[in-house]
Design a protein around this ligand. Sequence first.
Ligand SMILES: Nc1ncnc2c1ncn2[C@@H]1O[C@H](COP(=O)(O)OP(=O)(O)OP(=O)(O)O)[C@@H](O)[C@H]1O
Ligand SMILES: [Mg+2]
Length: 318
Amino acid sequence: MQTILEAKNLLKNFPLNRGIFRRKKAQIHAVRSVSFKVKKGEIFGVVGESGCGKSTLARMLVGLTEPTNGEVLLENNKLDKSQKARLPKVIQYVFQDPISSLNPRKTIRQVMSVPLTHLQKLSENDQEKQIKKLFKAVNLQEEFLDRYPHEFSGGQAQRIGIARALAANPRILVLDEPVSALDVSVQAQVLNLLSSLKKDFGLTYVFISHDLAVVETVSDRVAVMYFGEIMEIGPAQEIFTRPKHPYTKLLAESAPKIGTTLQLNEKSNTELPDPIHPPNGCAFFPRCNNSTAKCLEVNPKLRMHENNVFIACHNPIE
Ligand SMILES: Nc1ncnc2c1ncn2[C@@H]1O[C@H](COP(=O)(O)OP(=O)(O)OP(=O)(O)O)[C@@H](O)[C@H]1O
Ligand SMILES: [Mg+2]
């Protein structure tokens, strides 16, 4: 299958301009060199704990955040300034927080008409038809079009966010925690909707979530992120049934399951390392049960392990 999206050594540092760090030129290392390829038509899951850099990665993929280093390739073309205008027609971002991503002073009709006017260049008449079609596709009633964003529930707002992204007629959607703010039954509705939209519109998804169960259910391939890096990447089934990286295993074991008592090992609650002073060795070292002296000194590179699984670990699980 053809590669539609590629991240090449993407890295993002944010300058810290406040307080005692101002003069020291300190930086937050949000994404620390991430590379992967997404194939046309697949659902590529990105999973990892809060603060590991998922949204920063997503924003670089869609051109909202400029990488400090590295590049994004869309359909094998480098994403440079001359390509920026083309970008929204190819790749769209569905924001983590649906309500605050919509302009509170604009009705949904006005929100939806922006991409149809500027990207699709549709006449008013055609816009109206297209807005109705998209609203139907995301199972929302036309009456909602003249309301304001704060008048919607989380599930409805998420569907509006998806409809707005689809209005640009993109080929790729980057969905940032699309169901995390929703309760379980509404999660299922939105996931089913995403699945049918993918078929109907011929889409490719980058699906970001901290929820392992959700990522496992929807993804073809998965990247497991920790502290701004990919720890393990490969086919979803392989990753979740036979995790090779100790962090993937810890994530899988930490997920609560109905009818069982939560078993956490004593290291699993340790915080992420300090993003201003990243460690030289493996960032997962303090929480890892497989660690050796080498892990403290040398940060393992992502390498092919087996069955199309790549891992960044000196001592993988056998
Ligand atoms: N604009 C910014 N300026 C400074 N630091 C930032 C900025 N955006 C993100 N960060 C920092 O970068 C790191 C990664 O943040 P990011 O939002 O990408 O994480 P995340 O994985 O999406 O988390 P969550 O699951 O909570 O959404 C964090 O340490 C965060 O504080
Ligand atoms: Mg996020």
